[in-house]
Design a protein around this ligand. Structure first.
Ligand SMILES: [Zn+2]
Length: 151
């Protein structure tokens, strides 16, 4: 049985995402991604709020080898946004592509911005996102190095 299917089975049998992550030696957000791709709706565990990863991946349209469009709300520039942990009262709005990068790669290094290699602001495919310096990002925007849509 493939790992993804095994994860979905375990989750269906009541294992937590944390336990499954430990079993496969991957991060909890990776398990969230597997479940979301399999169309499994993450369940609420008691009164605790759902994790950012759970809320994030259910708002993504997955297309293998293409841009992953953000389906929830966005800002005027076309970037997706999602409320951080803490909810409407204590949370703040995060840029969806930055959240995607961090779920996949860990915290964005200080001083770096996330560049869309595909030039599609609503895209949250981690494979299309790269941490670069602000000046590099401007240069790319001006030279049109990534002028064409991915690939
Ligand atoms: Zn893209």
């Amino acid at each position: 049985m493939r790992k993804h299917e095994e994860a979905v089975r375990l989750y269906g049998n009541g294992s937590t995402q944390r336990d499954i992550a430990k079993r496969f030696g991957v991060s909890q957000s990776t398990i969230g991604l597997w479940l979301a791709k399999a169309g499994v709706v993450a369940r609420r565990n008691g009164p605790s709020p759902r994790s950012l990863a759970d809320r994030f991946w259910e708002k993504v349209e997955f297309k293998p080898g293409d841009c992953w469009r953000w389906l929830a709300s966005g800002n005027v520039l076309g970037y997706g946004k999602i409320l951080s942990e803490g909810g409407a009262a204590n949370g703040r709005w995060l840029k969806a592509h930055r959240v995607s990068y961090e779920l996949e790669n860990g915290p964005i290094p200080n001083g770096l911005v996330i560049d869309h290699a595909c030039r599609e602001p609503s895209c949250v495919n981690p494979a299309h996102l790269e941490a670069v310096t602000q000046s590099e990002n401007c240069k790319r925007g001006l030279t049109g190095e990534h002028g064409n849509r991915w690939p």
